[in-house]
Write a protein that binds this ligand. Sequence first.
Ligand code: CO
Length: 293
Amino acid sequence: MKKLLTLLPLAALIAFNGIAFAHGPERKPESRRAILVVSFGTSLSEARHAIDALVEEARRAFPGEEVRLAYTSNIIRRKIAEEEGLSIPSPLEALAKLQDEGFTHVYVQPTHIIPGEELDDIDRVVTAFASIKGKYGFEKIVLGQPLLAGDDDCADLAAALYRTYRDRIGDDRAVVFMGHGSPHAANAFYSQMQLALEKISDRFFLGTVEAFPSFDDMADRLRKSGARRVTLVPLMIVAGDHARNDMADADDPQSWLSLLKEKGFRVQAVLDGLGENDEVRALFLRHLKALVN
Ligand code: CO
């Protein structure tokens, strides 16, 4: 009875508001939270599970929360729509839809490796939404950190990679990681990552497809190490186009696999994206938890 009495004023309030504001201003919506995972994307359906695994990781960590996915690459989104009839939204589109559906608190978590150009673009969209006040805005919208955002991140990723690939290093055996690389200042994270890897093992090497350290920088250091057997591993969330073609394509004389073989190394390639690595997903989740909590 006591419980009922305490509920009565609430019921009356709801009824009163219902009548009083039926033609007045819209009432403030109740809090609804959503997590938006933002990835570059991949057009290779067989590689997409690396991204989906991160989305699943977020769903497991935040059961009951709305978790959605957006791709930043318009080219990839259009290709998937055309070839598979699958519609994956851009961050802009996904956020507009969440707003329209009444979500009030949105946590945008990138799956990107470095805070480069892609992250700047996402940041602009998040900042724009954050500036919208009133009924078309969110109460709160924040952007999380990429995989590498500080010294600790590099050390932790290096430790995770060591635990994953320690069986592939030894006297004459080395692991070469292939990062993407960027003209953005944040490309320096690849050098920092190389240092973090070196601190753990002198049998870990890193190069990037498009920037510094280049393939030649990496290959030079690899040669001096005395290692003869090499495992190639993509330092990318997805083992997509770059990993399969630029890194591991045995038929392409310009692939890293072919170029290293040409130099006399015995080469194997691993086609696992970082998104498939439990330990890397744990680092992703750490950033997401820091964002949401
Ligand atoms: Co690329």
